[in-house]
Design a protein around this ligand. Structure first.
Ligand SMILES: [Zn+2]
Length: 134
């Protein structure tokens, strides 16, 4: 399985460009660090070759899905996913590791950089994200 670098960046860029064209103002793109299929935190984020969304799924969950159903489709865009055409995205891959465990959502900017907003919620003593000072 390939780890690729530029794919997600291109999807992000395209999403912003399309938004400009359609006059729908998009200043940020959100993605969840929770796998939309398995509902657990992403360990190895992946996408199918036909996917054009920024949201990734966990590779183990997707592989499980395909094993049970060889004609499985991406639950997000309904495009076919196959074991041979799943890509692990290098950009998204770093995020679940780099972001604190309590962070569940990240926001992408047009250049592919990402950020998260810390929640004020106490999640077992770990302080997360921005403090309330300016
Ligand atoms: Zn998809």
């Amino acid at each position: 399985m390939e780890v690729i670098d530029e794919r997600l960046k291109q999807i992000i860029k395209k999403s912003f460009t399309n938004a400009e064209d359609s006059e729908v103002s998009t200043t940020s793109l959100k993605a969840s660090l929770i796998c939309p299929i398995g509902k657990s935190r992403l360990a190895t984020p992946c996408q199918g070759e036909h996917c054009t969304h920024v949201q990734c799924m966990d590779v183990v969950t997707v592989l499980g899905l395909i094993i049970h159903c060889p004609t499985a489709k991406c639950p997000l865009c309904d495009k076919p996913v196959k074991t041979t055409t799943i890509y692990i995205d290098a950009l998204f891959k770093q995020i679940p590791t780099a972001a604190p465990e309590a962070v569940t959502d990240v926001t992408f900017s047009m250049d592919g950089s990402w950020s998260y907003t810390g929640k004020e919620k106490n999640t077992g003593g770990k302080s997360v994200g921005k403090s309330d000072s300016n």
